[in-house]
Design a protein around this ligand. Structure first.
Ligand SMILES: C[S@@+](CC[C@H](N)C(=O)[O-])C[C@H]1O[C@@H](n2cnc3c(N)ncnc32)[C@H](O)[C@@H]1O
Length: 256
């Protein structure tokens, strides 16, 4: 498949990055020392949530984690899956992922590969596909054809977990150097068209502060922590909704 110039540019941008630290592929507006403490809490909590929501399907046989960067999500998926494959277009990120794999006690259950999502097609037996923080680097055509390949390989009941930037309420889609910010509905139309139904969807801004507070305040359920996190999440939500700021959405999708 010949990619559009826009798609090639975005992939080239990512291919040319060199891994220096975890801000080489992702950064939230906090210092690195804080990011590397907070991000694992978020990651572990999302994976644990997948395990809870999909308790009847855990452990998955095979996870394919697209745009895996340093592989920290790929390794985290081992909590809910027997094997995992991490795929990224950037060779130096994959080198770093292999270092983390060697240091991980369960690393033998993981494989990493350099490949672009534009052409990657090894989804056979993947009952869970993760698309974390990278769908925004795909044009509409590439996104749609990727989802078609996944849908063709997956069986009814199989799962896709996708997390991506979206526009906030009322905004039109826009492009930045960080990719395309689509409206959540645009993603949902693609999911629906290729044969997925949404099992759950949540905004990162609503869930992440509760996750961090849960670690600070021991609690058995997320509910009271959510209530405690409300004073933090409410102003953040308002800020997101009423400024030109991108939002971040998570979807758990099931193949029909
Ligand atoms: C923001 S990071 C997300 C990393 C990780 N999945 C996470 O959720 O934190 C985006 C990753 O997508 C990768 N990526 C971007 N475009 C890609 C493409 N066309 N094919 C494969 N990987 C790509 C980048 O190299 C980068 O590692």
């Amino acid at each position: 498949m010949t990619e559009s110039p826009v798609q090639e540019r975005m992939a080239d941008h990512w291919r040319s990055q060199v891994y220096v630290n975890d801000q080489s592929y992702f950064h939230i507006p906090v210092p690195l020392w804080l990011q590397v403490r907070v991000e694992p809490l978020w990651r572990e909590s999302v994976v644990a949530r997948l395990g809870r929501v999909l308790a009847d399907r855990v452990p998955f046989e095979r996870v394919v984690d697209l745009g895996c960067a340093n592989g920290s999500w790929t390794l985290a998926y081992l909590k809910v899956a027997k094997t995992a494959l991490g795929v990224d277009v950037n060779e130096s990120f994959i080198e770093r992922a292999k270092e983390l794999q060697r240091a991980h006690t369960e690393g033998s259950r993981v494989e990493f590969r350099v490949s672009g999502m534009e052409t990657f097609d090894d989804f056979a037996g993947a009952d869970l596909v993760g698309i974390g923080g990278c769908a925004q680097y795909l044009t509409d055509e590439t996104l749609e054809s990727l989802f078609e390949r996944i849908a063709n390989a997956q069986r009814p009941g199989n799962i896709v977990y996708i997390r991506t930037n979206v526009t906030t309420r009322g905004q039109q889609r826009y492009w930045t150097e960080h990719g395309v910010y689509r409206h959540g509905d645009e993603y949902e139309r693609v999911f629906e068209r290729v044969g997925y139904k949404t099992l759950e969807t949540y905004r990162t801004i609503e869930y992440a502060p509760a996750v961090v507070m849960q670690r600070l305040l021991p609690s058995r359920s997320l509910l009271p922590v959510r209530a405690l996190a409300w004073p933090v999440t409410a102003p953040l939500r308002l800020y997101r909704d009423y400024t030109e700021h991108a939002d971040h959405r998570n979807w758990v999708l099931e193949r029909r």
